[in-house]
Design a protein around this ligand. Structure first.
Ligand code: RB5
Length: 151
């Protein structure tokens, strides 16, 4: 079964827990990298291990949350091989899988309603990369930038 890495800080804790049933329903297993309570942590400490495991090939994809999704997505996009998309609509969830082949979904646990995030997770996990030549060319240019930047 396909397995995804899952992580959040306290701002995404409640929704991370709630989204587990959607992930399972979509046919995925998950590894929960924390947090395991709503106690305050620094989001880089909990997000980085999960996205690093995706970059290292332990998981095909990951889902990360913080209050706004911004801090989590910034951390994720520092890691070579990660294409994290901060998504707040199902339209964008579909487009980022088709166009960017995003391998990390970043969600806002405080500023996006749970029902919307559930729909986003369903759409994101249910949409394949388009394999379109122009999108692959652009993704390869991102990979070139990672090398230039020494990542
Ligand atoms: C934590 O209070 C908050 O800063 C964090 O969850 C996130 O929104 C950061 O971008």
């Amino acid at each position: 079964m396909k397995k995804i890495a899952l992580a959040s800080d306290q701002g995404g804790f409640e929704q991370k827990e709630a989204l587990k049933s959607v992930i399972t329903e979509m046919g995925y297993e998950f590894e929960d990298y924390g947090v395991h309570s709503d106690a305050s942590v620094d989001y880089p400490d909990v997000i980085y291990p999960a996205v690093k495991a995706v970059a290292d090939g332990e998981y095909e994809m990951g889902i990360i949350l913080c209050g706004t999704g911004i801090g989590a997505s910034i951390v994720a996009n520092k890691v070579r091989g990660i294409r994290a998309a901060l998504v707040t609509s199902t339209e964008v969830a579909e487009l980022t899988r088709e166009h960017n082949d995003s391998n990390i979904l970043a969600l806002a646990g405080r500023t996006t309603e749970l029902a919307m995030n559930e729909a986003i997770v369903r759409t994101w996990l249910g949409t394949a990369y388009s394999q379109d030549e122009r999108h692959t060319r652009r993704i390869n240019k991102i990979k070139d930038i990672e090398i230039k930047e020494g990542r």
